[in-house]
Design a protein around this ligand. Structure first.
Ligand code: COA
Length: 463
């Protein structure tokens, strides 16, 4: 059997894509997939297939895949389920390498025989199948949006795999609003062929992906997943949000994607044994992914909190204990250094309280000092909106400190929290754009650092 990574290159980096069931009618799935492919800027060849149309969205239409005068790497199939075996036979004859089957109406409604038939045809011709029952696939480095989800997926280095199609679409939209950069969105659906483990193998090798996130309802082959995950997580963080934790939730998952959800504690143990970070909410999953995709590993679990608000510092201190973040006891020398950036009534211990009158220079100085200190392993910067320091100026001070420290060779993980109104959200977005993970409450910043510590330990960066 061909190497799975090579096979999946046809899915993510196809030279040509056919849309079987490309519809003439805007609003129909087959039409919107074709539009997304064109408008997201796919640079390879696009072949719409429809026996009753001649031209759609300015492209010549072919009645059958067999009429396409070129090789086809990926066929996206969007026709009613009962018609899928026939077109798959044609794909086989044509030598199509991979298919993404959008159609619903297979195992998820008990139609396992049809599923079996489709799989048998695919095996006969060596075609790999993504799905069925999916929203499609996006791979931003290839400018490939072969989905009927939102179009403007933000380019980045987080891969997002989702067993649920609708949730996948919803979260694609959410990542756009939150400006979370993705390398890929992969809808897995019924996973009759390509599964989580196969995709992990691909993203393990993929240079455009630093973190892999998965929304999972169940696994067909738990052992295969664990084996691959244990390898992948040593190189790249894998964050899984596995739903169906409750008994009722597990039943709902079974009727949604036909998943045999299994006892949740078995999943929990399996994730721990294979170094997978388990997130309970989407917020956690993307909070952690954002930081793990941009920050270096934690090499010393000795964090320092720099704040202009005592209360926020206390909240972060409590959270640190809860999430496994060790707070540094600064040496007298470091205490003296921090003292330079605060008034007399500030506190140079950890949390380093620059006080409410902190200005941009105080933040710049304290953050830069934390980068330069050999005692500090990770930096948590907190800011409460004050009238004396505009949030954008605070953000700029942090960006400058990170940039200058980096130029001088000091690299360590940093997480930020800006607490306040509308203008703190804007400043936070600016930090995120610059690759400095920023969150709206202190606990989310600290919890994220906790996840980074967990992964850094697993991957051997941290003793
Ligand atoms: N080859 C190519 N095109 C074909 C074809 C074939 N063998 N048979 C029909 N077509 C054309 C149709 O003529 C139609 O084009 P038109 O609108 O220009 O006439 C188009 O392909 C689509 O076929 P149609 O029969 O109209 O199907 P549909 O668009 O109503 O539904 C699915 C097709 C796949 C969208 C639908 O069956 C389905 O499964 N929907 C759910 C999908 C989903 O939600 N997936 C994600 C789950 S999270």
């Amino acid at each position: 059997m061909a190497n799975v990574v090579e096979q999946l290159k046809h899915l993510f980096m196809p030279k040509s894509v056919a849309v079987i069931g490309a519809s003439r009618h805007p609003g129909k799935i087959g039409h919107e997939i074709l539009r997304n492919l064109i408008e997201y800027g796919f640079e390879g060849k696009i072949y719409p297939i429809n026996p009753t149309a001649e031209e759609i969205l300015g492209l010549k239409v072919y009645p059958s895949i067999l009429d396409v005068p070129d090789e086809v790497d990926l066929a996206v199939v969007s026709i009613p389920a009962h018609k899928v075996p026939h077109v798959l036979e044609e794909c086989g004859e044509k030598g199509v390498k991979t298919t993404a089957i959008i159609s619903s109406g297979f195992g998820e409604i008990g139609n396992v025989e049809l599923e079996r038939e489709v799989l048998d045809i695919a095996r006969k011709y060596g075609i790999r199948i993504l799905g069925p029952n999916i929203i499609g696939v996006v791979y931003t480095p290839s400018k490939l949006n072969a989905s009927f989800g939102p179009r403007d997926v933000v380019k980045g280095n987080i891969a997002f795999l989702s067993q649920s199609g609708a949730l996948g679409i919803a979260l694609m939209g959410w990542t756009i609003t939150e400006e979370i950069g993705l390398s890929a969105v992969v809808s897995l659906g019924n996973k009759i062929d390509i599964d989580d483990a196969d995709l992990l193998e691909f993203f393990y090798e993929d240079e455009n992906t630093r973190v892999i996130t998965i929304y999972m309802e169940g696994l067909r082959d738990g052992r295969k997943f664990m084996k691959v995950a244990a390898k992948v997580t040593k190189k790249k963080p894998v964050i899984v949000l596995k739903s169906g934790r409750s008994e009722r939730g597990a039943k709902a998952a079974a009727s949604h994607t036909g998943s045999l959800a299994g006892a949740d504690r078995i999943f929990d143990a399996a994730f721990k044994q294979s170094g997978v970070l388990r997130a309970i909410t989407f917020e956690d999953m993307f909070d952690w992914a954002r930081a793990l995709a941009t920050q270096p590993p934690v090499k010393m679990n000795e964090a320092v909190i720099i704040t202009n608000g005592g209360g926020a510092g206390v909240m972060a201190t409590d959270a640190a204990e809860e999430y496994g973040v060790n707070l540094l006891e600064p040496s007298p020398k470091l205490i003296e250094t921090f003292r330079k950036y605060m008034p007399e009534f500030g506190s140079p211990r950890n949390p380093v309280d620059l006080t409410g009158q902190a200005d941009a220079e105080s933040y710049y100085g304290a953050v830069k000092a934390a980068f330069e200190s050999e005692e500090v392993g990770a930096i948590i910067v907190l800011y409460c909106r004050t009238a004396v320091l505009d949030p954008m100026d605070m953000a700029k001070a942090v960006m400058d400190a990170v940039k200058d420290a980096k130029e001088e060779g000091y690299v360590k993980p940093i997480v930020v929290n800006l607490l306040g109104g509308e203008d703190t959200i804007k400043a936070s977005k600016e930090l995120n754009r610059k690759g400095i993970p920023s969150y709206p409450i202190p606990e989310r910043a600290v919890k994220t650092l906790g996840a980074m510590i967990k992964w850094s330990k697993w991957a051997g960066y941290l003793k």
